[in-house]
Design a protein around this ligand. Structure first.
Ligand SMILES: Cc1cc2nc3c(=O)[nH]c(=O)nc-3n(C[C@H](O)[C@H](O)[C@H](O)COP(=O)(O)O)c2cc1C
Length: 371
């Protein structure tokens, strides 16, 4: 088993393979479902790398303070982590779960961005004030969550059902918010035909960054993304970011080149290959020993903080993404899902980590691990 870190081999003699449109460069979303071959011939030119933002997507139940701090110390490469949503209530304070979500956060990680799921402008503004006092420098509005319990309350992507209310909400928060506000949005509730009208609304506000997940609420996280929604966005008056199914260096580069966005936000791709952002920035690929260190550090940190059942749930949620880093992982993953105790979990993780490590792993677009 290869425990050595392999550095990027930039093949300047074959630059064509890195260019969108070349035969070796799979079109975004035309890429095969499962790509386990080495992709190390692709590199992103320094000029693009240095100007492109790499954002870690908020992932409820996964990317809490412990996860982000550990990821930053083992791998790095992320410009900003977006924190899973907080739902402010009239209580006007953060409970223990929310504080765990926001922290631990060393000073460097105060560049992480908390996300607010809310349709009441006064709650949003109060929550923003509290986050500012804690030291955060941006807040993000969730206009994307597809969960039925959230949309039924008119929150998340439920906000897309009533554009007049959305406008009133945006009027108030952009008049009074004490921090810059970015927005993470889907392109419609039912159909991509809703996107032009929604975009016309967004254009009226000083949005810090518009993060676009080019699916509708009906799509949840599956099916092809709506590429047309990303065309003709050159005249947007604010920076914008693409999110969704960007799982490899090639796909990220292609998206940035093709659509001229400011950067990308990646969720499942960074969970499967936690070294991907660093690889894009420096060429240094993730190696097995780093993945093991990442896993073990997370495990110890959660064990120190949470009861055994919660540790089990949290680690299972994270480790299932690592299954795509190993060949023949079916048996280990079955054991992982059956694990009822910490001991059984550790057995299944040990089995997984003993399997052949895949060079340059990626989240396969056909996978369905989130549900
Ligand atoms: C388990 C899970 C939890 C998520 N939690 C959040 C969240 O708290 N806030 C949010 O805006 N999006 C959330 N998302 C959506 C992701 O941020 C992202 O938009 C989605 O996974 C698509 O990006 P990807 O294809 O790079 O993973 C979540 C997705 C998953 C699978």
């Amino acid at each position: 088993m290869d425990h050595a870190c392999a550095f990027f081999d930039i093949k300047s003699s074959s630059p064509d393979t890195s260019q969108p449109g070349s035969a070796a460069f799979p079109a975004w979303h035309d890429a095969p479902d499962t790509v386990f071959s080495s992709r190390s011939n692709t590199f992103i030119p320094q000029s693009v790398r240095s100007s492109m933002e790499l954002l870690f997507a908020p992932m409820e139940g996964i990317t809490d303070g412990i996860f982000r701090t550990t990821h930053a110390s083992v791998f790095g490469g992320i410009d900003h982590y977006y924190i899973p949503f907080i739902s402010p209530t009239v209580n006007g304070h953060f409970d223990r779960r929310e504080m765990r979500l926001l922290f631990p956060s060393d000073k460097a990680l105060l560049s992480a961005v908390p996300q607010i799921l809310c349709k009441d402008p006064s709650l949003f503004l109060h929550c923003t004030d509290m986050l500012r006092e804690l030291g955060f420098m941006e807040v993000n509005l969730n206009v994307g969550c597809p969960s039925g319990t959230v949309t039924a309350k008119g929150k998340g992507s439920g906000m897309l059902l009533d554009l007049d209310s959305l406008k009133r909400f945006l009027d108030q928060i952009y008049t009074s918010a004490s921090l810059p506000v970015s927005v993470k949005t889907r392109i419609g509730y039912v159909s991509e035909d809703e996107w032009p009208a929604l975009l016309d609304i967004y254009k009226n506000y000083p949005i810090e960054k518009l993060i676009i997940h080019p699916r509708t609420r009906q799509d949840f996280y599956k099916g092809p993304i709506h590429r047309h929604a990303l065309e003709s966005l050159d005249d947007l008056p604010f920076p914008w970011i693409i999110n969704g199914d960007l799982t490899t260096t090639e796909l990220i580069y292609q998206a940035v080149q093709q659509y001229h966005c400011t950067g990308v936000m990646v969720g499942r791709g960074f969970l499967t290959n936690p070294g991907l952002a660093r690889q894009i920035k420096t060429g240094q690929k993730m190696c097995l020993s780093e993945l093991v260190t990442f896993h073990d550090t997370l495990f110890r940190a959660y064990q120190a903080e949470l009861p055994p059942n919660a540790v089990l749930g949290r680690m299972r949620e994270i480790t299932k993404y690592f299954s795509f880093c190993f060949a023949h992982s079916d048996k280990a993953i079955k054991r992982l899902f059956k694990a009822k105790s910490i001991e059984q979990y550790l057995d299944s993780a040990a089995l997984l980590f003993s399997l052949p490590f895949i060079d340059d792993p990626c989240y396969p677009s056909s996978a369905d691990v989130e549900s």
